[in-house]
Design a protein around this ligand. Structure first.
Ligand SMILES: CC(C)(COP(=O)(O)OP(=O)(O)OC[C@H]1O[C@@H](n2cnc3c(N)ncnc32)[C@H](O)[C@@H]1OP(=O)(O)O)[C@@H](O)C(=O)NCCC(=O)NCCS
Length: 147
């Protein structure tokens, strides 16, 4: 199924993002709303050096999204942050999340020495650990990956 996914860098949010954010909200994940709010008010469009936001589509439909910011919580230079990663429930465990996060990590190698993230779910922790991230003991991050 993975070969039916396409991956692109997002330069503008289309209405499909509202649909994905609604699905996320129905599971009590608010971070896709945060993504949309901050993109629209211009405070975070993942457009600073080294940053990017990615969309995964299948048959033209947005099914997953996630991105790379400079880590705003870390003063250490060269630290990126994986952010706002969400896969539509119906397509989970089909490799979309892996495709997305591997693209984020590849991009991060150009600009960062480490990427960090915070996940609040056991599912998220198992997912990131399957991709090579290790747990870290920090108030602003649960996982990190040295690049
Ligand atoms: C976490 C999430 C991004 C994973 O996306 P996904 O497309 O299902 O992940 P993949 O299919 O690429 O999984 C890659 C590997 O991660 C691990 N993994 C993923 N989901 C898992 C789960 N629920 N339990 C255990 N391992 C899991 C597996 O090793 C998996 O490989 P496998 O399917 O070959 O065993 C997705 O479940 C999601 O969006 N959840 C809601 C939002 C969320 O929790 N985001 C995390 C950051 S807050």
């Amino acid at each position: 199924m993975k070969d039916r996914f396409t991956l692109d860098v997002v330069d503008a949010l289309d209405p499909e993002f509202d649909r994905l954010a609604k699905l996320a909200r129905s599971e009590d994940f608010r971070f896709m709303d945060t993504l949309i709010d901050r993109w629209r008010d211009g405070s975070n469009r993942f457009d600073q050096p080294g940053e990017a936001y990615f969309a995964v589509r299948r048959d033209g439909r947005l099914i997953a999204a996630g991105g790379l910011n400079r880590d705003p919580y870390c003063q250490e230079p060269g630290t990126g942050r994986v952010r706002h990663v969400y896969v539509e429930p119906d397509v989970r465990r089909s490799g979309a999340g892996r495709l997305l996060v591997e693209a984020i990590v590849d991009r991060a190698r150009d600009a960062f020495k480490i990427v960090r993230l915070r996940t609040q779910t056991q599912r998220g922790a198992l997912f990131y650990e399957a991709l090579g991230f290790v747990r870290c003991d920090d108030p602003t991050a649960t996982h990190r990956l040295a690049l």
